[in-house]
Design a protein around this ligand. Structure first.
Ligand SMILES: [Zn+2]
Length: 167
């Protein structure tokens, strides 16, 4: 059931639900895939969690629930910070969640950011780092990697145009 108690880590939390993978657009999926690939190649050992899944969420609405329940029964709403473009939970290391409906560049940036968190939690330094330091690291890593992901996307046959990445 949907919780009515907002967690203290996200006082402005909103209720969201998963976009069924079959409903995710090709552009969104490809942006996430390329960001994942780039992070796997570039992050130092121990690398990101193996077989990591990128999942998308949309704001929970009753009418969406009706649609999605037909597509994928059992998808439960859950809470995320209202302004978060993505999130990662250390106790579920095999997945990152990304807000759907963003520009492909923003999706790639959010995946790179959350993957940096997922990678950091696998390292010995994770316990001694402050949350602020981890956040700063994720922001800087995503900024560093994003141009490489965009270049890869544009180089693909039938790849994304400049407008789609720099709209
Ligand atoms: Zn972060």
């Amino acid at each position: 059931m949907e919780s009515t108690i907002l967690p203290d880590w996200a006082p402005d939390a909103v209720s969201v639900m998963e976009v069924p993978p079959s409903e995710v657009s090709t552009k969104a999926r490809r942006a996430a895939e390329l960001a994942l690939l780039a992070a796997e190649l570039a992050l130092p050992p121990p690398g990101p969690p193996p077989a990591l899944r990128v999942r998308f969420h949309v704001p929970y609405e009753r009418w969406l629930a009706d649609i999605y329940e037909e597509v994928q029964p059992g998808t439960e709403p859950f809470l995320v910070g209202k302004r978060w473009q993505g999130h990662f939970a250390a106790d579920v290391p095999g997945e990152v969640w990304i807000r759907y409906g963003q520009h492909p560049q923003a999706i790639a940036s959010a995946v790179l950011h959350e993957l940096t968190h997922a990678w950091r939690e696998r390292t010995a330094q994770a316990r001694s780092m402050s949350n602020a330091a981890k956040e700063d690291e994720a922001v800087r890593w995503a900024e560093y990697m994003l141009p490489k992901v965009v270049a890869a996307a544009q180089a693909e046959p039938g790849g994304l145009s400049d407008d789609e990445y720099y709209g």
